[in-house]
Ligand binder design. Structure first.
Ligand code: PEP
Ligand code: MG
Length: 562
């Protein structure tokens, strides 16, 4: 039994499909000895095509860009057809009975490690060269650009080292039953997507890809955080019973929570949905969401790459969201690019502290203006609000508002749609009272707020135990925003994962929050938790919790509520 972090609830039984996305992307398949020749043929063909491509580019570069690049590409071509390298890969196919993609990734990784620890810069550069070459061979092996085996078989469990948010968003939830990853954290974006798809997920198991045999049945338990690589027949039978029981429980809970949420003492709490993809629109109705509290629009951008989605393409998506949510409102967050979401940092940079969110948009006005134009045009069709991610200072809101007003004029609107800010950085939380006049509403992103306040990477399993959104320092920041909202009559919502935690939601109600948004599959459970909460009781508990020194004290205090 392998133990990891439980990050998305539920239990699943399925066949393991192993994929390495990090470094060199590859999936693992068991290969019988009578297939070795075929794998060698595929490898040699891919290496020939890659070498030809490098040589062709080298010839072109010599003509227009420069001799230096031409020489590098020429060298890449030589590596791609290097017999020692190819033989090492072929030996690996035979030794481990694995497919060419996997063997190529393994051999390349080992070579890369050897070069990376070398003393000379020239040798270290070779590590990057080999990666580039292997990537090109891998592309030809797969016959295209896709990293995943073309289509995952139905009933698969994806076992991977890590997965980027955009690759996670490309998974088909009808085919994949669960996710088990070596890396990732409780609120990393792949985890959030797993939850949106309702897929059980476990992360943070080192050596996972090696510990599991491809295509064998495994059990992933997203409640306990375990992965069972070789379950017995009896274990499989019991797990399947649990899967059925769970499905039934979820169905009953959903049937019980169709109406708007109120606390036990009758305080009305608005529960909206967080969506990442336009395909999730149907979930609004199915899970009885009161509109969309957060649409993570950057997935539109990332999935449209290369190039960005045009004004008309975006407008269509935003209008379809409004139509599906009517008569409820839709809050669309402008692109939160950067960070772990895909616009990669340079070597040595810290992506979480770099060109992320609003910073990126303000630095790329064509991109930002196109999105604002699409939002303004769509806003004619219904109650649409715009939300800015990663705000740290007031001047950023002012710059964004200027851009929005110009865009509203271009769209012929007499008034721009409401403009709100995400509070997900400590500076914005502590200064909420001074930011309030510049914003129309607040939406607190507890996922990042916890990351930045506690200096804990939300996607790193090594520090997951320190990732405590109920830390009293964060409670004080939440209070700062709630108070600022009340004092300036600015609505305050919470869209981070804390809202779907049973203790988290009690804390939020205690702080006076009356609107939250969560992943659609969590809506029923959140409404159910709310129905057990007494708002005056949690208010007095939160007052005490604000004086705590540790997250564990807060949890203990709040658990004591009747
Ligand atoms: C957050 O940071 O809490 C949030 C809701 O945004 P994201 O998870 O997309 O960073
Ligand atoms: Mg965030």
């Amino acid at each position: 039994m392998l133990q990891g972090l439980p990050v998305s609830p539920g239990i699943a039984v399925g066949r393991a499909v192993i994929v390495r996305f990090g470094g060199l992307p590859a999936f693992r398949r068991a290969v019988a000895p009578d297939e070795f020749d075929e794998e060698e043929r595929r490898l040699r063909r891919a290496s020939r095509l890659a070498a030809e491509e490098f040589r062709r580019h080298s010839g072109e570069a010599a003509g227009d860009i420069g001799m230096e690049l031409a020489a590098i590409l020429e060298a890449h071509g030589l590596i791609a057809s290097d017999e020692t390298y190819l033989n090492a890969v072929f030996d690996r196919i035979q030794r481990d009975h694995v497919n060419a993609e996997w063997a190529l990734a393994e051999v390349t990784r080992e070579l890369g490690q050897r070069f990376e620890t070398a003393d000379s810069d020239a040798m270290r550069e070779r590590a990057a060269d080999i990666q580039d070459v292997a990537r090109e061979i891998a592309r030809h092996l797969s016959g295209g650009d896709s990293l995943l085996p073309v289509e995952l078989p139905r009933g698969s469990i994806l076992v991977a080292d890590e997965i980027s948010p955009v690759d996670a968003s490309r998974l088909d939830p009808r085919r994949v039953r669960a996710l088990a990853l070596e890396r990732g954290g409780p609120t990393s974006h792949a985890t959030i997507i797993a939850r949106s798809f309702g897929l059980p997920a476990v992360v943070g198991i080192e050596g996972l890809c090696e510990a599991i045999s491809p295509e064998t049945p495994i059990v992933v338990d997203g409640d306990r955080g375990t992965v069972e690589p070789a379950p017995s027949k009896e274990r499989l039978r019991r797990s399947l019973i649990r899967v059925r029981e769970q499905r039934e429980k979820t169905r009953r809970l959903r049937a019980r929570t169709t109406r708007a949420a109120t606390t036990r003492d009758g305080v009305r709490i608005v529960v909206r949905a967080n969506l990442e993809l336009a395909e999730e629109i149907a979930a609004l109705d199915r899970f009885h969401a009161e509109g969309v509290g957060l649409f993570r629009s950057e997935f539109l951008y990332l999935r449209a790459a290369p190039g960005s989605p045009g004004v008309e393409e975006q407008r269509e998506v935003y209008e379809s969201l409004l139509a599906a949510a009517a008569p409820h409102p839709v809050v669309i967050r402008t692109y939160d690019l950067g960070g772990e979401k895909g616009i990669g940092p340079a070597r040595g940079e810290n992506p979480a502290l770099g060109m992320r969110g609003l910073r990126y948009c303000l630095a790329h006005p064509e991109l930002f203006d196109a999105q604002l134009d699409a939002l303004c045009l769509a806003s004619r069709k219904g109650p649409l609000s715009i939300l800015l991610p990663m705000v740290t200072s007031r001047f950023e809101i002012e710059e964004a508002r200027n851009a929005l007003e110009k865009s509203a004029r271009r769209a012929g609107l007499s008034q721009a749609p409401p403009l709100g800010i995400m509070v997900e950085v400590p500076s914005a939380a502590l200064l909420a009272e001074r930011l309030a006049p510049a914003t129309d509403f607040f939406s607190i992103g507890t996922n990042d707020l916890a990351q930045y306040a506690l200096a804990v990477d939300r996607a790193n399993p090594d520090v997951a135990a320190l990732y405590r959104p109920l830390h009293p320092a964060i409670l004080r920041m939440l209070k700062s925003v709630a108070d600022a909202g009340r004092a300036h009559q600015r609505p305050v919502a919470v869209c981070g994962e804390l809202a779907s935690d049973p203790i988290g939601i009690a804390v939020l109600v205690g702080l006076g929050i009356r609107e939250v948004s969560v992943t659609p599959v969590a809506i029923a459970a959140v409404k159910d938790s709310l129905s057990g909460i007494d708002s005056t009781r949690v208010q007095s508990l939160v007052e005490k919790a604000l004086g705590a020194a540790e997250a564990s004290e807060v949890e203990k205090l709040m658990r004591g509520r009747p």
